[in-house]
Design a protein around this ligand. Structure first.
Ligand code: MN
Length: 408
């Protein structure tokens, strides 16, 4: 059920203001980097969501949509995984999108060769640096061994003219002095960027602030953040890291990814834009469509209460809310759904009032008396409480039962 006839002029004071966030946001002086880059990893970490497998045409479709949004870099995949994966990456490279195309590669020569063969602009090469990873994963004796492996791969990729990012996996649980040494060596070997991977989402926004400041004072290379959402802090951690001196963030559409997922692209972009006033000049009006596309192609759907893009984000049922929203949507919405290609819906149900029902009747072109309206409202509430969803068909039946057959 959809009646979305609230005109733009209804927004505050009839002005063109289409969002309204807390004025207290501006009370604190915050300094973001001049330029923030987003490297979206929906096609790599997002695809690593258990049960998700994207074929070439699907990856291509998502890559094109990300490019339409104006994203700076797309992490298109992990070429060494399979032949199909390599075909997908090659197909994306062939599209000649505005976004730079990066791929993931281990520190192994064969991985970097696979990336070079795909014709990508750059790689993200990674290695676990925490003692936990060194001992349990690589069965290596000590940190020095790791250091050498990392360095060789950065040099090899740079020799082939690639943009090279070196990612320390589990960086947020790595000894700080060792982490500094690894990044410093990567930088000396020509790495363009170092990535802090919060692999299990284990850091706090304050911890991230500390870590990035420590690294920033030590390094010249760009610093990027790859945050996971195990505690629901991925977006907050990313923003905290940017404020501390990082200048690139990894995201995924709908926040999909391993376990609880990654920093959500749409949440990060819209929080930066509206809450913090940092506009990256992206075509945010494609966000909803992008979210829907990824939800469908991954078969993960989009949770109804997913911030920014979820169906319920602009749905209202309670009579009190609907009344206010019809007067001015900003009473119960922080921004206009049109901004991201979303749609407002007023839902009829247990909490509906006369105004919502009247608006629906108006949309159907049905005139009723006040008495009839009250009866219809009562029946709508009762039907919902009886477990029925008030769709258009049921609504018409209710109206008919109150005032007899009608034509529209
Ligand atoms: Mn990850």
């Amino acid at each position: 059920m959809q009646f979305n006839r609230i005109s733009q002029k209804k927004y505050v004071g009839g002005s063109s203001l289409n969002y309204f966030v807390s004025p207290y946001n501006k009370k604190v002086d915050l300094k973001f980097p001049e330029e923030i880059k987003i490297y979206d990893t929906t096609l790599r970490d997002g695809e690593q969501t258990p049960g998700v497998c994207l074929r070439t045409p699907e990856k291509l479709k998502i890559a094109k949509k990300l490019d339409e949004l104006g994203i700076h870099q797309i992490e298109a995949g992990f070429p060494v995984v399979s032949n199909e994966e390599q075909r997908s990456v090659k197909a994306i490279v062939k599209e000649d999108l505005d976004a730079d195309i990066l791929v993931l590669s281990r520190t192994k020569k064969e991985d970097i060769d696979a990336a070079i063969d795909c014709g990508v602009d750059g790689i993200i090469t990674f290695m676990g640096t925490s003692d936990l990873h060194i001992k349990s994963k690589f069965k290596m004796k000590d940190r020095e061994e790791i250091l050498n492996v990392c360095i060789n791969s950065v040099e090899y990729a740079k020799d082939h003219g690639l943009f090279v990012a070196f990612s320390a996996e589990d960086a947020t649980r790595t000894d700080l002095n060792f982490l500094k040494r690894v990044y410093k060596r990567a930088e000396e070997c020509g790495a363009d960027r170092v990535h802090i991977a919060d692999t299990v989402g284990a850091i706090s926004p304050q911890g991230m602030d500390y870590l990035v400041r420590e690294l920033r004072s030590d390094l010249k290379a760009e610093i990027a953040l790859h945050c996971h959402n195990d505690f629901g802090l991925a977006v907050a951690n990313s923003i905290s890291g940017l404020l501390a001196g990082a200048n690139a963030v990894s995201t995924t559409v709908n926040g999909i990814g391993e376990r609880a997922g990654n920093t959500s692209l749409e949440e990060l972009i819209m929080a930066l834009k509206l809450i913090y006033g940092v506009d990256m000049d992206l075509n945010v009006n494609v966000l909803c469509e992008l979210s829907k596309t990824v939800g469908e192609l991954t078969h993960l759907g989009v949770p109804k209460n997913k911030p920014i893009v979820g169906k319920n984000v602009f749905r209202h049922e309670s009579g009190i809310h609907v009344d206010a929203v019809m007067e001015n949507p900003l009473t119960y919405e922080p921004f206009a759904p049109e901004m991201i290609g979303h749609q407002r819906k007023l839902v009829l149900g247990k909490h509906s009032g006369c105004r919502a029902v009247k608006a629906k009747l108006d949309e159907c072109g049905i005139d009723v008396t006040t008495d009839e309206l009250c009866k219809i409202v009562k029946k709508v509430k009762r039907s919902r409480e009886e477990g029925k969803y008030i769709n258009d068909k049921l609504f018409r039946e209710i109206v008919k039962s109150v005032r007899g057959p009608f034509d529209i």
